[in-house]
Design a binder for this molecule. Sequence first.
Ligand SMILES: [Cu+2]
Length: 150
Amino acid sequence: MVPAGPTFRGRPWRAVALCGLVLGLFLSAACGQGGYGAPRPTATTPARTPAPASTESPTPTAVRLDLGGYQFTPGVLEVEAGKKARIELLGDGLAHTFTIAALEVDVAVPEGARSQVVEFLVPAGTAGELKLVCSFHELAGMVGTVRVVK
Ligand SMILES: [Cu+2]
């Protein structure tokens, strides 16, 4: 017969209780650091504001760009290097983006928007043809070209 003293019996319970306490502290610390339950949105939200307009150049006339039919019309936009471009996006009620990765322009056109003016600076030294996409409908062929002229 094995004597079961109170100290022999008590130790496992104390260990369990201690584990529970430590685990509880760990979980509460993890929860405290992990935010408020909702997952953070990814950093690719297309809501970046265009570069601030410089005061030296007058406001250029907006070029109109139609977003209807899952395409950009016209398909080729001309912008001038070293100047501010001003584009009026004519929405069709669907959500789109006006994204020129080479210029770090990524503007969201929210659902229901009919007209939205986008301004961005085309850095001096930019040249050639840049790819314009709607990041939502690029695979559907909603792509265009931004031709940089001097
Ligand atoms: Cu689109």
